[in-house]
Design a protein around this ligand. Structure first.
Ligand SMILES: Nc1ncnc2c1ncn2[C@@H]1O[C@H](COP(=O)(O)OP(=O)(O)OP(=O)(O)O)[C@@H](O)[C@H]1O
Length: 924
């Protein structure tokens, strides 16, 4: 029982223990919950109290809180100095900040920084009072007293620091420390990097200054443009004013007055007319009567005398001006030509004027023959004749053949004498005068301008820019030579060792860009020179007048009659070529590049150099408008051919003529035209020549081959090829122009047989290669800029072609036409050509129209013999064009001599010799 009680009492104890422990546990739980609330409350209370204290301390500083407040304020100023004004709120703020962020190291750093900032402020204030400087020793009490009583300085703390800094580091050191400390504190406070701030600040400054510079540049550009505009406007105004002045002058010269009433009859209304009897309206009858009174002649007699006066006046005018005037009457043409010639030769200087009058003039109007002088080149100008030693011979001949009485225009005669001579000439116009060919005078052509091209300064600038451009791409060069041509200038550069030529060529576009040039051509290297040539177009082009070339000694002294004044090369030198040596020339270039002008200069060169008996021309002009102007000149063998079909016949006639000439050469045992003509000449001298005549050289000019090739390609190609292959020795020369340098026009065969080429500007390198077998013509500038590549040149030469205007051409043609040398065309040739045209075949007929080609049998035999059938073989064997050879092959196939085409394989030969013989017997 007792055990049970014990156990029951024990269990009670246990339960009471557990209860008390439970109650303890519940109590601690309540305490833990209440703790943060107490802290927050306490904090809040502390903050409120502090806030109140801060306000109190703050207000004390303004003397509004009584005596106690003032004392407190003195203490504050004694400790903090001037910072005492901000200290109460600052301390409150720092405590609050510290409480809110308790435990945060960042907050602690910031608090320290704040304190430092306040201290620094205090030091600055202390320094401003000048006390540290004045104090000889450190007295903390003094500082406190001074700051407290005067309410200035930095207080005890900052004052002490200021004193030590000043005395140990001096003013500069103190300021440096202050600045550094301030920056560090601000960086810590704000978390903003000072270095990146400086960086971004300097970037902003830089950007702003760059913007400013761009803006200033823009403004300067605008100003320049405005100035340019202003200048252009002023120049335009100046030009208009000059024009107006000029017009005014012309008006005055024409006696045209504007703004004046032309009705000058006197009316009755005007008072003064009634008063003055001597003034009255005049009419023609009155005038005639008065004239009769004064001169004593009738009106008819007066009119005659007036006409006489007029004609004298006109004559005087012509003599003085030496130029053909349009108002001059018909029948004066020749006279004016002579006067013009005379005047033009007067310009040539005293030697010419005194000693040697133009023999061509005298030739026409003299009684004797002067053949031997007329056609020699050295007799073209008196000075040249004198130089060449021909002067004496000429004078002898001149004295013998021309008594002074018959010299209407003897040199050195006075103007009146010339007038009279010209009058006499006019009167004796009806007398039969022997007509001889007179070379056209050079005065028919226009002289070129003396000056032009870029100045030396400009050239040097371009050279420098060229050098600099290359240098920027790492290519160092030395400019060794500059040669200025009429349209382009060539800069010769010598690259430094180790510079690849291909690099310079590769930079052509960059050079073009930097020089602002339209196109440049690079010759790398210049053959035969250790240099690279860069051809840059001139800013100012110089036209090369044909007259300048024809007057040059290069042309005048050129030995061949077929001299061609081509133009001026890159060094400005006159280029004259011999057509006879070319012997055939192909001219190609895009439309408008200068082909027709080139052909005109070629024809004019011949007209000025060759007598029509020595050189004949056949002109083929399917374009109709280009060469028709030459119709009527004595050099033409037949009128200008414009019909392509007829042109083909003319070419075929040329082939026949060539064969005929070869036959003649064979008969006379000579090799070429020169030999033949020499033989005929000796025979003529011996009187054995009979009907035989010297043969002229013939130049066949085709302007636009494409038009002919379109109409009858086979015949044209064949004729051209045959001529080109053989005509040289026979004195026949081909000049062929085309604007379509494609392979269907300039076939391989034509190209192979035309060794001299002239390329004008073309649109692509492919075209350039078709003409010259090389690139380059696509870089030309047009307007007569050409690559001249005659036989014998190692590379094409860049030449600015001569220019002759349509007016000059028609003037010269007019001059030649007026010579009326009889029937100028060869009727024989004309007939032959029309026969060829009508006939299906002709002398060198292609066999078109007839059943089988004339080479059919020979071709078949040849193929059977060789046991091989190919068109190329036939072409080579019979010297025929591709078309004709292909046609023969088709006929052979039809006849069963050869088999059908089998792709690229050669055709089979199907007949033996005997079989073909039998076939001929049966069919032909
Ligand atoms: N040597 C030159 N000097 C100056 N200008 C030239 C020269 N040659 C040609 N020109 C100019 O180029 C223009 C065209 O020349 P041209 O008629 O000869 O060209 P083209 O090649 O014959 O053209 P197309 O094939 O269309 O007849 C001329 O009117 C002239 O103004």
């Amino acid at each position: 029982m007792a055990q049970t009680r014990k156990s029951s009492s024990g269990s009670r104890k246990k339960s009471s223990k557990s209860r008390s422990s439970k109650a303890r546990t519940t109590n601690t739980g309540n305490n833990r919950k209440a703790e943060p609330m107490d802290v927050a409350l306490r904090n809040e209370i502390v903050l409120i109290v502090l806030f109140a204290a801060a306000i109190f301390l703050f207000l004390c500083n303004f003397g509004i809180v009584g005596v106690m407040g003032n004392t407190v304020s003195d203490v504050q100023f004694g400790i903090f100095g001037l910072t005492a004004y901000v200290m109460p709120p600052a301390i409150f703020f720092m405590i609050a900040f510290g409480m809110v962020n308790s435990g945060s190291s960042i907050a602690a750093r910031k608090l320290v920084a704040g304190v430092v900032v306040l201290l620094l402020l205090g030091i600055v204030f202390e320094l401003f009072t000048g006390a540290p400087e004045a104090a000889t020793e450190y007295q903390i009490g003094e500082i406190y007293k001074r700051c407290g009583s005067t309410h200035s300085g930095g207080g005890v703390l900052a004052g002490s620091l200021a004193y030590f800094c000043y005395h140990f580091l001096g003013l500069a050191g103190t300021i440096l420390i202050l600045v550094v400390a301030a920056i560090i504190s601000i960086v810590v406070l704000t978390d903003k990097s000072f270095v990146s701030g400086v960086k971004s600040g300097s970037r902003k400054v830089y950007e702003r200054s760059a913007e400013d510079a761009a803006y200033r540049r823009e403004r300067a550009k605008e100003r320049r443009a405005q100035q340019e505009e202003e200048r252009a406007r002023r120049e335009e105004e100046k030009r208009i004013r000059a024009e107006e002045r000029e017009n005014e002058k012309i008006l005055r010269m024409d006696k045209k007055v504007s703004g004046v009433m032309i009705d000058t009859s006197l009316t009755a209304k005007e008072e003064w007319t009634r008063e003055r009897d001597d003034i009255h309206e005049i009419n023609l009858t009155d005038f005639e009567e008065q004239m009769e009174e004064v001169t004593g002649r009738t009106p008819e007699e007066n009119e005659e005398s007036a006409l006489d006066n007029q004609s004298t006046f006109q004559f005087d005018k012509i003599r003085i001006n030496g130029a053909y005037t349009e108002e001059y009457e018909d029948g004066y043409d020749e006279l004016s030509e002579i006067t013009e010639l005379f005047a033009s030769q007067e310009d040539k200087g005293p030697v010419y004027k005194k000693n040697v009058p133009d023999e061509r003039v005298f030739e026409d109007y003299s009684m004797g023959s002067r053949d031997e002088y007329a056609h020699e080149p050295e007799n073209i100008s008196g000075q040249e004749a004198a130089k060449a030693g021909g002067k004496k011979a000429w004078e002898e001949g001149f004295a013998k053949e021309k008594p002074s009485a018959e010299m209407p225009f003897a040199a050195g005669s006075t103007g009146d004498e010339q007038c009279n001579a010209a009058k006499n000439l006019r009167m004796s116009e009806k007398k039969p005068v022997p007509k001889k060919y007179i070379f056209p005078p050079l005065s028919k052509l226009v002289k070129g301008k003396e000056k032009g091209g870029d100045s030396t300064k400009e050239l040097k600038e371009t050279a420098l820019r060229l050098q600099q451009t290359l240098q920027t791409f790492g290519v160092r060069v030395t400019i060794t030579d500059i040669s200025q041509g009429p349209s382009v200038t060539r800069f010769e550069l010598q690259p430094e060792q180790g510079v690849k030529v291909s690099k310079i060529v590769g930079l052509s576009d960059d050079i073009k860009l930097n020089l602002a040039a339209t196109d440049i051509r690079i010759e790398a290297p210049i053959p035969g020179k250790a240099a690279v040539g860069i051809e840059v177009p001139n800013k100012e082009n110089m036209m090369v007048a044909l007259r300048d070339l024809l007057e040059s000694k290069e042309f005048q002294g050129f030995p061949s009659k077929l001299a061609f004044a081509v133009g001026k090369d890159i060094g400005g030198k006159v280029v004259v070529a011999d057509i006879a040596k070319m012997p055939h020339m192909l001219i190609a270039g895009a439309t408008g590049s200068g082909k027709s002008v080139c052909i005109n200069t070629l024809i004019m060169s011949i007209l000025y150099k060759a007598h029509p008996d020595d050189v004949k021309l056949i002109m083929v002009d399917p374009k109709v408008v280009e060469l028709s102007v030459y119709n009527g000149i004595p050099h033409l063998l037949i009128p200008v051919v414009t019909d392509p079909k007829k042109a083909s016949s003319a070419l075929q006639w040329s082939v026949a003529e060539m064969n005929d000439r070869y036959q003649k050469f064979a008969d006379f045992n000579v090799r070429d035209l020169k030999g033949y003509n020499k033989k005929i000449e000796t025979m003529q001298e011996k009187g054995e020549a009979g009907d035989l005549k010297k043969l002229p050289q013939i130049v066949i000019i085709v302007d636009e081959l494409a038009d002919l090739m379109m109409v009858c390609p086979g015949e044209v190609e064949e004729s051209i090829c045959r001529l080109a292959q053989l005509a040289r020795a026979a004195g026949l020369h081909l000049i062929i122009a085309t604007q379509r340098p494609s392979v269907d026009v300039i076939t391989g065969l034509i190209k192979a047989n035309m060794p001299s080429r002239v390329a004008f500007s073309v649109s692509s390198g492919v075209d350039s290669r078709t003409i010259l077998d090389m690139n380059g013509a696509e870089k030309l500038l047009g307007k007569g800029d050409m690559l001249f590549y005659p036989q014998g040149y190692s590379k094409p030469a860049r030449v600015q072609g001569a220019f002759v205007s349509d007016k000059e051409v028609s003037d010269v043609v007019e001059f030649l036409k007026n010579q009326t040398l009889g029937n100028i065309y060869d009727t024989d040739v004309q007939e032959k050509i029309s026969t060829i045209g009508n006939a299906a075949g002709g002398p060198a007929g292609s066999g078109e129209g007839s059943e089988r080609d004339q080479y059919f049998v020979e071709a078949a035999k040849f193929i059977i013999e060789k046991d091989k059938a190919s068109i190329g073989m036939l072409q080579r064997m019979f010297k025929i064009g591709f078309n004709r050879a292909a046609r023969i092959m088709d006929q052979l196939c039809e006849a069963g001599v050869v088999g059908e085409e089998e792709g690229t394989k050669p055709r089979k030969v199907l007949m033996s010799e005997e079989q073909f013989e039998r076939f001929i017997e049966e069919t032909l």
